[in-house]
Ligand binder design. Structure first.
Ligand SMILES: [Mg+2]
Length: 161
């Protein structure tokens, strides 16, 4: 079975948008790495993930992909802090108990934590896809507005089937 890695932020949930909105409301400079990190450390991640909109029915689509038995599915997601990781696991397990989840500390590339060789990565961040390809993997760009791109683009996870 082919290995399929699915990014979380910007693919499953629109979480960056939510955290940026909260930062704006609290008057935090989201482009200041020190301020942003301090914000992420104290954020109520469980609540934040619960209020964040799902992107194009992603959770149901992941269930469909698992059910198809075409892929060995893992979520592969960067985390800036420990509590973010705990909440992401809690969130995903609540919705899809059988799903495997791999957390990547921000200090590492996704290609340093898993072996990309011949595996597919669906990610909204082009830099991740470039690194993935450089290490022998197959990159698919997730974009909810279907722009033309150097990588194949999907707007909904079920397009992988
Ligand atoms: Mg992302």
């Amino acid at each position: 079975m082919k290995k399929l890695y699915i990014d979380f932020d910007g693919v499953i949930l629109d979480s960056i948008k939510t955290t940026y909105e909260i930062m704006d409301k609290q008057g935090i400079d989201k482009y200041n790495p020190v301020e942003a990190r301090a914000f992420y450390e104290v954020l109520d991640w469980d609540k934040t993930l619960d209020i964040t909109p799902e992107i194009n029915n992603s959770l149901e689509n992941i269930k469909k992909i698992i059910k198809s038995e075409q892929y060995e599915v893992n979520v592969l997601t960067h985390i800036v802090c420990y509590r973010e990781g705990v909440s992401k696991i809690r969130f995903l397990k609540k919705h899809i108990p059988e799903l495997s989840i791999i957390l990547v500390p921000k200090e590492f590339s996704k290609t340093e934590v898993v072996n990309p060789k011949d595996a597919i990565l669906i990610d909204d961040y082009t830099e991740n896809l470039k690194e993935w390809k450089e290490h022998g993997g197959i990159g698919i760009k997730f974009d909810d507005h279907a722009r033309v791109h150097e990588f194949p683009v999907i707007t909904s996870l079920e397009e992988i089937l």
